[in-house]
Design a protein around this ligand. Structure first.
Ligand SMILES: [Fe+2]
Length: 208
């Protein structure tokens, strides 16, 4: 059986949460969780998953909201790249500044992950690719012909670079890196909206 995936749009601005799991062992990891924790918890319970780790692709509030609630549900380690820790810590303030209500529980302490680290999902293995630009610590997570891209790469476009720590120069370098190292058939799970492929986005971006 292949590595299984559930992608759910959650929260006020429909950020994608992705759950990957090994269908034999039921071991699982989660990428981003920007709200609707009961909806995520329902999937975990329905599929009888053992969540081993929650990875944040970056620190914007729509990908890390209700972090405390999610940790309570999963009881596992949660991590972010250290260069985005300041955004994680700022996330309630950023959410409030956009007119949304913020959780009353304090933001829990989380750990950090790094470029090149392995991501283990039962019998499957992926790795972390640091892709700064949308934010300084944005990371993508690469598995066999599958990429969890956060807000670095979208269908027909890429992430904005006008938020704190963003850089147009860095995101172009990151996009070139992804398009160079990954096969064109790689399915890209984006941070918002539909999935795409590296091949399709190479054409959109004009990278050959
Ligand atoms: Fe973002």
């Amino acid at each position: 059986m292949p590595l299984c995936r559930i992608t759910l749009p959650v929260g006020e601005i429909s950020s994608n949460t992705t759950i990957l799991y090994d269908s034999e062992t039921r071991d699982s990891v989660i990428f981003d969780a920007g709200g609707d924790i009961p909806k995520i918890a329902h999937e975990i319970q329905k599929e009888h998953l053992n969540v081993k780790h929650i990875y944040y692709t970056h620190g914007h509030y729509d990908h890390v909201d209700l972090s405390g609630q999610l940790q309570e549900v999963c009881g596992c380690e949660v991590s972010i790249h250290e260069a985005d820790m300041f955004l994680y810590e700022l996330s309630p303030k950023m959410k409030k500044s956009r007119g949304f209500s913020i959780p009353s529980c304090p933001l829990p302490k989380i750990s950090t992950h790094k470029e090149g680290e392995k991501v283990i999902v039962g019998e499957y293995e992926g790795k972390i690719i640091l892709t700064p630009g949308h934010s300084p610590g944005s990371c993508c997570f690469s598995f066999d012909h599958l990429l969890i891209a956060g807000d670095t790469l979208f269908k027909n476009g890429f992430g904005r670079t006008d938020l704190p720590g963003g850089s147009m120069e860095q995101i172009f370098a990151s996009l070139r890196k992804l398009c160079t190292i990954l096969p064109e058939s790689t399915v890209v799970v984006t941070g918002h909206g539909e999935e795409t492929t590296i091949g399709a986005e190479k054409k959109t971006l004009g990278i050959f």
